[in-house]
Design a protein around this ligand. Sequence first.
Ligand SMILES: C=C(O[C@@H]1C=C(C(=O)O)C=C[C@H]1O)C(=O)O
Length: 363
Amino acid sequence: MKTTFEINPIKEWLPNLNNPLLISGPCSLETEQQTLETARLLAKDPRVFVYRGGIWKPRTRPGSFEGVGSIGLKWLQMVKKETGLPVGTEVANAHHTEEALKADLDVLWIGARSTASPFVVQEIADVLKGSNKPVLIKNPVNPDVQLWMGAIERVYQAGIKSIVAIHRGFTPFRETKYRNYPNWKTVIELRRLLPNLPIICDPSHIAGKREYLFEIAQKSFDMGMDGLMLESHIDPSCALSDASQQLTPADLGKLLDRLVIRHQDANNPDFENRLDMLRSRIDTLDAELLEMLSSRVAIVKQIGQYKKHNNVTALQINRWSQLMDNRVKLGKKLDLNESLVKTLFQLIHEDSVRLQTDIMDTE
Ligand SMILES: C=C(O[C@@H]1C=C(C(=O)O)C=C[C@H]1O)C(=O)O
């Protein structure tokens, strides 16, 4: 499928956007009062552009608070009427989508568990046909960029051009300090595949804890994200869901005050000139790296021939272990990141062994 999507910039559906897109509001709407009081405070901050509130909550285990359901749509309409903020909620099946469209919410989003299921996304997309609603699509729970793309394509094929992707982190397979670990590699790949697609970050679901929200939000701007979705609650300690990751509107304001917003360009000729100079040095160094790599490959091939004639295995585990230890030590001395050195030499070694077995088996 071709990947030149004509995605609308956010400003097309949010004309007063003059800052990164910030979506905020409670994880779950709980009562009319909690919904409205949170909204009233958020509406005072001009950096908040959309009010969010979950009403159908996909919970991992049964028995937790699963949201107030359709009554919440009425509360969201009240927020819009009173504050003027556009409002949105998560939809997870055709019925939710029909209800949300009937209530004329301004934006809808598809959650991470739903994105992971093509059937669910398709059923939502079928209902969205002809609606023109902006749709935000969270990453699937596993870092599979194709699955994320698939959900975006399904919604796009339903005629929706106002799409935003949300990085909400991925299910960890081991203990991490975050609730859902961020995977910037997957986000960078999505950006490469769909350069015009706005991508925002959801630090609340990545962090799981208030104390980590700032570092993730700042990293998002460092990475060129187009905005943030940050949960807020009038009284987080009493929240019925995700109590430890929500902020009061006042604390949200304080967090926003500390964030440095970064731009794609500096619009400053001095900066551009200096950057060009440094980049041309990188270009030269990269060419040298590749030439050195090519010389290395030539020797690896020579060794391969030599091994072939002497019936010696391509893989030499002792040499490989010593080489790796030595390169890691050298890398440390040169102040290089250990995982960079390891990954680089693992790739180089894997290719050496492949080259040598090819020589042994085909010539
Ligand atoms: C080049 C060799 O063959 C393999 C490739 C290596 C490499 O790329 O440096 C090291 C050990 C071997 O597993 C060798 O035996 O020296």
